[in-house]
Design a protein around this ligand. Sequence first.
Ligand SMILES: NC(=O)c1ccc[n+]([C@@H]2O[C@H](COP(=O)([O-])OP(=O)(O)OC[C@H]3O[C@@H](n4cnc5c(N)ncnc54)[C@H](OP(=O)(O)O)[C@@H]3O)[C@@H](O)[C@H]2O)c1
Length: 305
Amino acid sequence: MKYLEFGPEKDLVSVIGAGCMRIAGMTEDAVEAFVLNAVDHEINFFDHADIYGGGKSELLFGSVLKKHPSLREKIFIQSKCAIHDGLFDFDRDYILKSVDGILSRLNTDHLDSLLLHRPDALMEPEEVGEAFDILKASGKVRSFGVSNMNRYQMELLSSGLNVDLSANQLQMSLVHAPMLEAGFNVNMMADASVMRDGGTLEYCRLKKVVVQTWSPLQIGYFGGVFLKDERYPELNALLDQLAEEQHTTPDAIAYAWLLRYPAKMQVITGTTNNEHLNNAAAAADVVLTKKQWYDLYKAVGRRLP
Ligand SMILES: NC(=O)c1ccc[n+]([C@@H]2O[C@H](COP(=O)([O-])OP(=O)(O)OC[C@H]3O[C@@H](n4cnc5c(N)ncnc54)[C@H](OP(=O)(O)O)[C@@H]3O)[C@@H](O)[C@H]2O)c1
């Protein structure tokens, strides 16, 4: 496993983080096995959100922590808030109330990272700053970040904060990479030239913000995995070939492609299958050459200008 420095206290977190959105449908025993297997494979980072399974993902995870109290100090737990009742809500009191709910479901007295799940257009940065200060002073949250925000939203929010943003969680995969495509096609009259995010990846690199990639294997928005999907023959052939050459699996190559981008990259997996998670853990040790990285980018059907 490889680790990167995260947050103001520079905690070492695994570059593969186990996403817990889909554990809501598992039994308590299966979640216990999932968490213990992840830790056995040197994954120490778990990603939650208060809305996953309507709170059930956190509840199930909390029952594992209750059964294995010594686990807590070995792992880094992140959760998210700000989505409720059809709106995105950065109100101070809503954030504070959300964190209390998260801590109670997770059976823990602190979160290692709190992300604001999606940008609230009506945000008041100073109000968020107050909430973060209270959460930090009380010891309930150790570091703060965002999800699905562009560069200027991060800057706007930061203008009211007394802390640095530690992470931005963004959708990114081999087949969903508009942030890269726009960077390759600057100022051209092509669809790929449309900048949808305002240079967020480059901004995160400059500010040393951890880029967490969600849905690393999905087509579009939860459209199923691209592995073995017949719409991506060239990509799957290359994933298979590189996997064979590197004595690893095609999913590990797909994760390694994300990790090869030179920001502080962290892949947030979505698998609930232990074997698939072990493939992800192995991806941390796969290093792709620049040529292999570009070939994979193009194997999706993209062309460089
Ligand atoms: N910030 C946000 O807005 C946001 C949004 C969505 C998700 N997230 C976070 O990102 C995490 C990952 O998202 P995701 O679940 O969409 O990720 P994903 O890894 O792209 O998709 C997970 C799905 O892929 C399947 N899968 C994984 N490995 C496979 C393999 N080797 N072969 C075949 N199928 C495979 C899984 O099935 P198996 O279980 O059978 O492996 C599962 O159904 C979530 O858990 C959550 O923590 C964040």
